[in-house]
Design a protein around this ligand. Structure first.
Ligand SMILES: [Zn+2]
Length: 391
């Protein structure tokens, strides 16, 4: 076998193990369309390089013969960090290259108000998770970082002066690289949520997925042809700023009548203030819906319809397999999803509406941090430069 073919096969095995976590040799032979003999030779090669380990599947029922030997990437081969800055929280996780999360922490934090303080807090939490996981920093391949604002891919800075004002002028990539001592990849939170759900959650195995995050803002992450789509300068997916009411309320982006002003958490809460407590929070609304409160259900259903109206146009353009709905408000479940479904059925082309599944996210508030890990673990160039693939 030629050297380049061996190298290509090694790389494919590493990629399949990254994608699936663990696999038997028979699985690999089937997935790669190669003979068991070839797989055995490639695996022996990877084991000799310390990249792959073999283990028996635990919990296999007795009496069914010998459990299959599963292969996974050697956890000691390297690790990745995920950091998710929310508007009100900070979540940090470390995983090995087989995508197993080894340690994870979350804290409440006003990320909008204090950018420098948030960056310092992230660096301190990274210390904690590395210690807890027993992972040396020099084995970390990189850190994926999510920010709740548009990220300009040309500069790595927050691409709006009004959406995340405390972060204007900061270069989060460089600031974090300096604090962490590892390479950093910054992306928008909805993009990472999309990557999380297609890598680990409700969009697993699907190649055309529209992920919508409905929280204090509304954002979308587009996975097209199996890859995250960023657009010309990294700002694709600003679904929340599609104008739905020409003379509507002024939005935080400066425009008027954006979808966010009608259907994000703030709009839902404002609609309930007259009839319910004035200091109502999103968690209260979710509790009201669970208890069958008709007003809360109605308001969230209407928010779903407004979001669905915009998604119907997006569906006509992109024809996705699935829309995965994440973010705080997605846990409202049925009323939000039913509203979205209704608008898509009404306004998208019938065949397109029929083809699209609408499903809640499976990862909840962990979608972004898991996507941040996937952004690093799935980055073959980054792994190659760390000497972990293409050997
Ligand atoms: Zn706007």
């Amino acid at each position: 076998m030629s050297t380049s073919l061996r190298e290509a096969n090694r790389q494919r095995v590493v990629e399949e193990l990254r994608r699936h976590g663990n696999l038997s040799r028979a699985d690999l032979a089937r997935l790669m369309g190669l003979s068991p003999t070839t797989i055995t030779a490639v695996v022996a090669d990877l084991r000799a390089r310390g990249l792959v380990v073999e283990e028996s599947e635990r919990g296999e029922q007795a009496g069914r013969g010998r459990p299959p030997v599963l292969l996974r990437l050697d956890p000691s081969a390297g690790g990745a960090l995920g950091i998710d800055f929310g508007h009100r929280h900070l979540r940090v996780a470390v995983a090995d290259l087989s995508r197993m999360v080894l340690a994870e922490r979350v804290t409440d934090l006003d990320v909008d108000a204090a950018a420098e303080g948030s960056l310092d807090a992230a660096a301190a939490m990274v210390e904690d998770v590395l210690l807890e996981a027993g992972m040396d920093r020099d084995r970390i391949v990189g850190a994926g970082v999510g920010l709740p604002g548009p990220i300009d891919a040309r500069t790595g800075t927050v691409g709006s002066s009004v959406i995340l004002p405390g972060w204007v002028g900061l270069r989060p990539t460089e600031e974090l690289e300096r604090r962490l001592g590892v390479g950093v990849k910054v992306d928008n939170d909805a993009n990472l949520g999309a990557l999380g759900e297609v890598s680990f959650g409700a969009g697993r195995g699907l190649s055309d997925v529209l992920y919508v995050k409905v929280s204090s803002g509304i954002g979308a992450g587009l996975v097209l042809g199996g890859r995250l789509y960023h657009g010309a300068v990294g700002l694709a997916g600003e679904l929340g700023h599609v104008q739905v009411r020409e003379h509507g309320d002024v939005c935080r982006c400066g425009n008027r009548g954006c979808l966010e002003t009608v259907a994000a958490a703030g709009a839902v809460l404002a609609a309930l203030h007259r009839t319910h407590r004035a200091d109502l929070g999103v968690r209260d609304v979710l509790a009201l819906i669970a208890a069958g409160d008709p007003g809360a259900r109605r308001v969230v259903d209407d928010a779903g319809r407004a979001i669905g109206r915009v998604l119907a146009d997006a569906c006509n353009i992109l024809n996705p397999t699935a829309i995965v709905v994440g973010g705080e408000l997605s846990t409202a479940g049925a009323p939000l999803l039913a509203g979205i479904r209704e608008s898509i059925d009404r306004y998208a082309q019938p065949a397109i509406a029929q083809a699209v599944q609408i499903t809640p996210g499976a990862l909840g508030e962990r979608a972004e941090v898991l996507g941040a890990l996937a952004a690093i673990i799935g980055d073959t160039d980054r792994l190659r430069s760390a000497g972990l693939v293409g050997l």
